[in-house]
Design a protein around this ligand. Structure first.
Ligand code: IPE
Ligand code: IPE
Ligand code: MG
Length: 249
């Protein structure tokens, strides 16, 4: 029996988020420059996206570049921006073939113009696709997003169009860059690091976390299946007792 057959079809997570980490260490292990790791990482993105689309997952959010990643050496940042442009050009037909709709979250204004334009073009081209929503987090950080949300909510209070007492969970969710996207059910982080690194802090309040030592360039479709199977063995209680959850299911 293959790993895929172990997946319970009616309990597929609706939204999987991934912190794709370990590209640099993977390259170093082969005695190569860090960029080779990023290039190999793109192949993993291709394979995992196709597998997620095939499984019928609704949303796959990939952390591709954080706000803090702008602090990396300029050569690496420049090379990553070029790699993003090349990847979009190369992968758009794959997205079309798999009925995948591309979305982005993050501060796209900070991206170089050519990189931003490529993404906007691909988002437009794939807008009518009805399968997997592939959400790329680019120049994204949760604290950035929460600050922006706070500013816009405060402006509405200031203008008298929003009552302070009317602010609730939905008000916050609706002002985040992820508005309209359901919270992740499963968050995977590769490379053995046990941290969140400023990713979707609000949205993962009740997300199941899965950490693997596998480095992103070596993460396989079977590894994805394994994470999903692990997720399917968990009991999500959302603060209730196990007995309550069993009764309701
Ligand atoms: C993840 O791999 C990709 C990005 C953050 C852009 P890293 O580049 O962080 O690889 P490591 O963590 O140094 O191995
Ligand atoms: C997190 O990885 C960001 C992305 C995967 C894009 P980092 O490699 O930047 O995280 P830290 O610095 O190890 O926490
Ligand atoms: Mg890293």
């Amino acid at each position: 029996m293959s790993k895929k057959d172990e997946i319970v079809k009616d309990r597929i997570p609706r939204h999987i988020a991934i912190i794709m980490d370990g590209n640099g260490r993977w390259a170093k292990k082969q005695g190569l420059a860090r960029m080779f790791g990023h290039k190999q990482g793109v192949t993993t993105v291709h394979n995992i996206t196709e597998a997620a689309a095939e499984l019928g997952i609704g949303y796959l959010t990939l952390y591709a570049f954080s706000t803090e990643n702008w602090n990396r050496p300029k050569e690496e940042v420049d090379a990553l921006m070029t790699l993003l442009v090349d990847t979009i050009a190369k992968e758009t037909p794959t997205l079309m073939k798999n009925n995948v709709r591309l979305l982005t979250i993050g501060d796209l204004e900070r991206l170089p113009q050519t990189t931003r334009e490529k993404f906007v073009g691909c988002i437009r081209q794939t807008a009518q696709n009805t399968g997997l929503n592939l959400v790329l987090a680019l120049s994204y950080s949760s604290r950035w997003e929460l600050i922006e949300a706070a500013k816009r909510i405060a402006a509405q209070v200031n203008a008298g169009t929003l009552d302070i007492d009317a602010i609730n969970e939905a008000t916050i969710s609706d002002h985040l860059t992820t508005h309209g996207i359901p919270d992740p059910d499963l968050l995977i982080r590769t490379s053995g690091e046990l941290r969140i690194s400023n990713f979707l802090l609000w949205q993962i309040a009740y997300t199941e976390l899965y950490f693997t030592d596998r480095l992103w360039p070596e993460f396989t479709v079977d590894d994805l299946y394994e994470a999903i199977i692990d997720y399917q063995h968990r009991e999500r209680r959302f603060g209730k007792t196990s007995e309550q959850v069993k009764r309701e299911s």
